[in-house]
Design a protein. Structure first.
Length: 274
């Protein structure tokens, strides 16, 4: 069992502490049975996937994140991709309603965990659908992918829930990949990065930087200019290093076979105050 690590930083505006927590869930032994929509299915090694997940969790903890492990869901092959269960803005968690019906059982345990961390709740309700992998947060702006998993009504409900809290919700098209964050994420300065053949409309973002590899479009901001990213994107890592960032590569090959990336393996909670 991995020992926990806690990180708490002062908020200069309030004097309260803000914690950095990451929700994670270990992969199901049935990972290979998960949904695949935009790539060909290839064999997955469940034992290797578990080892890779453990390294991913260690990387988060080594960079100051407290990880909160959700209960295992062996009968939910896609349950490891926990980011899709919710969108968190400040202390409000909007629980998603997955566009894939088989994934809807994943949200209950995630809701229990985030409630236990002090978040207030809102929910996407039928007929709307929304998955967290379709939401890219840059400051108070939330870009939301309108694609196969997130509907227009889901975006409308998210906007109604979060815009009164100061968020700005911007819908963008997604047709070439599973989720918006399968195509783009953002650097610490807010520049959106993406692999151009998979980005529907780069002009939707004020600043867009193309990367040379598909998996190079996915980064998790660890803090201090450090970027957690897939080991399968060495040229993108070189690009980021040249821009003054520090890449932290992890091998997630078995999750990439299931259309996963470094972002969808956790829910990062940066703005919770206690």
């Amino acid at each position: 069992m991995l020992s926990p690590m806690t990180s708490a930083l002062p908020n200069p505006m309030t004097g309260r502490t803000t914690s950095r927590k990451a929700l994670v869930r270990r992969p199901s032994p049935r990972l290979a049975d998960g949904l695949v929509t935009h790539i060909d299915r290839t064999p997955v090694d469940p034992a290797l996937a578990l080892r890779q997940w453990e390294v991913y969790v260690v990387a988060l903890r080594a960079h100051g994140w407290e990880t909160v492990e959700l209960p295992a869901l062996d009968d939910c092959p896609d349950g490891v991709f926990v980011e899709d269960t919710m969108v968190v803005h400040r202390n409000v968690a909007v629980m998603g309603r997955p566009g894939a019906e088989s994934r809807r059982p994943e949200t209950a345990t995630a809701e229990e965990a985030v409630t236990g961390l002090g978040c207030s709740l809102n929910r996407i309700r039928e007929p709307g659908t929304l998955e967290g992998g379709d939401v890219l947060k840059i400051g108070d702006t939330l870009y939301v992918g309108r694609g196969g998993r997130t509907s227009g009504d889901g975006i409308r409900q998210l906007r109604a829930a979060l815009e009164p809290l100061g968020a700005r919700v911007v819908a963008v098209p997604v047709s070439k990949v599973l989720h918006l964050k399968s195509a783009v994420t953002a650097l610490p300065d807010g520049t959106v990065i993406g692999y151009p053949p998979l980005v529907d409309d780069p002009a939707a973002f004020p600043r867009f930087l193309p990367v040379p590899e598909e998996s190079g479009a996915h980064v998790v901001l660890l803090g201090g200019g450090k970027l957690l990213m897939a080991a399968s994107a060495p040229r993108s890592a070189e690009l980021f290093a040249d821009l003054g960032y520090e890449p932290v590569p992890v091998d997630i090959s078995e999750f990439e076979k299931m259309e996963g990336c470094v972002t969808c393996l956790s829910v990062r909670l940066r703005g919770l105050y206690g």
